[in-house]
Design a protein around this ligand. Structure first.
Ligand code: ATP
Length: 330
């Protein structure tokens, strides 16, 4: 690439908030300057690159603590409606059926090799609808997509969209899609069916319909390279007009006894429980979501720590799981 083109690309990558790309382009620019014998300019650029890398690594460290960060931040007028952060969740952190894992892996492969598909006039999958009961991994899967692709995860806070911008929801959605086209990220519309649902006392059928209509139009018109992930607890209830707007519809079913055992083995890795005990616990936990199982194990671990035991006993975990199966903790 000629120097001017490199600089133009670099500015574009920076404006889009694509940190990796602009750092990579800056390295290419340094190499080009060195090759041209511009040693002073190359040295100055190298200093800038070192500063930028240091900044990136300190931001990555802060991201690892789970706090929102400024990289690829939302513009000020969308700051309360977009929650932007980096994710360190990986696909292997999720317990998934092999079919579902393959589907998520296919999205990752198409994204990672998007250039090859685009050269052949094909578009990588990027509009995904995830559906299934609560606590089965839809939100976690969106985090895993962001973590695997090293993209920011921007959660669209629908509750804020509705409360703060009542009457202006459609206009704000337009602003969000504008941001989607400018900053490549994974955009999560969690519980996105809320778009068309009852909105408390101020329910207005016309407004709700308008919002859904706007969302669908914006989804159709969007030709960005961001990923748009809509998650919902509804499944069969979603209408066809909506389903066909997505490149992939992935079902996150309730866990089987076997998949609960897989999660339990992971969560109890450092706890001395044998496999028979894990299987007994998984049988007890039938009907619970992965999230319930996680909370029950965490609860038993906390009680163990507070009573100065090194590990929770299988009995205490069983008791936590049973109380959730009975619904005591609700
Ligand atoms: N498939 C899974 N594998 C491993 N852990 C899981 C899985 N699903 C859920 N969990 C655990 O439960 C927590 C909550 O799950 P998550 O938020 O992804 O559920 P969800 O399907 O998005 O639920 P909701 O519909 O309520 O938003 C996760 O952070 C994780 O600890």
């Amino acid at each position: 690439m000629a120097t001017a083109e490199l600089v133009a690309e670099l500015v574009r990558a920076h404006t889009q908030g694509d940190e990796r790309r602009w750092l990579n382009l800056l390295s290419q620019l340094i190499a080009a300057e060195s090759r041209a014998g511009h040693t002073r300019q190359a040295a100055r650029l190298r200093e800038l690159l070192a500063e930028a890398r240091e900044l990136e690594s300190s931001q990555a460290k802060r991201a690892a603590t789970g706090r929102p960060i400024q990289l690829a931040r939302a513009p000020r007028d969308l700051a309360d409606v977009l929650d932007v952060r980096y994710s360190d969740v990986r696909l292997t952190d999720l317990v998934l059926s092999s079919t579902l894992r393959d589907s998520v892996q296919r999205v990752l492969d198409e994204q990672r090799m998007a250039g090859r598909l685009i050269e052949h006039g094909l578009a990588p999958r990027r509009r995904l609808l995830l559906h299934g009961p609560p606590g089965c991994g839809k939100t976690m899967a969106a985090h895993a997509l962001a973590g695997e692709l090293a993209l920011p995860l921007a959660r669209v806070r629908l509750e804020v969209l509705f409360s703060r911008y009542l009457g202006e929801t459609a206009a704000t959605l337009t602003d969000i899609f504008d941001h989607i086209s400018r900053v490549r990220a994974v955009y999560l519309f969690d519980e996105f069916d809320a778009l068309g649902k009852h909105r408390g006392d101020e329910f207005d059928v016309g407004e709700a319909k308008r919002v859904v209509g706007t969302f669908l139009q914006l989804l159709d018109a969007d030709d960005s390279d961001s990923l748009i992930v809509a998650a919902t607890n509804l499944g069969g209830a979603l209408d066809h007009a909506l389903l066909r707007r997505f490149d992939d519809v992935l079902e996150f079913p309730p866990p089987t006894e076997e998949s609960i055992a897989v999660l339990l083995r992971r969560l109890l890795r450092s706890v001395p429980v044998d496999d028979d005990a894990v299987r007994r616990l998984a049988r007890l936990a039938r009907g619970l979501s992965f999230a319930d199982v996680r909370v029950a194990v965490d609860s038993a671990r906390k009680a163990a720590i507070l009573s100065d035991s090194e590990y929770p006993s299988a009995e205490s975990i069983a008791s936590e799981l049973s109380s959730r199966v009975r619904g005591d903790s609700l």
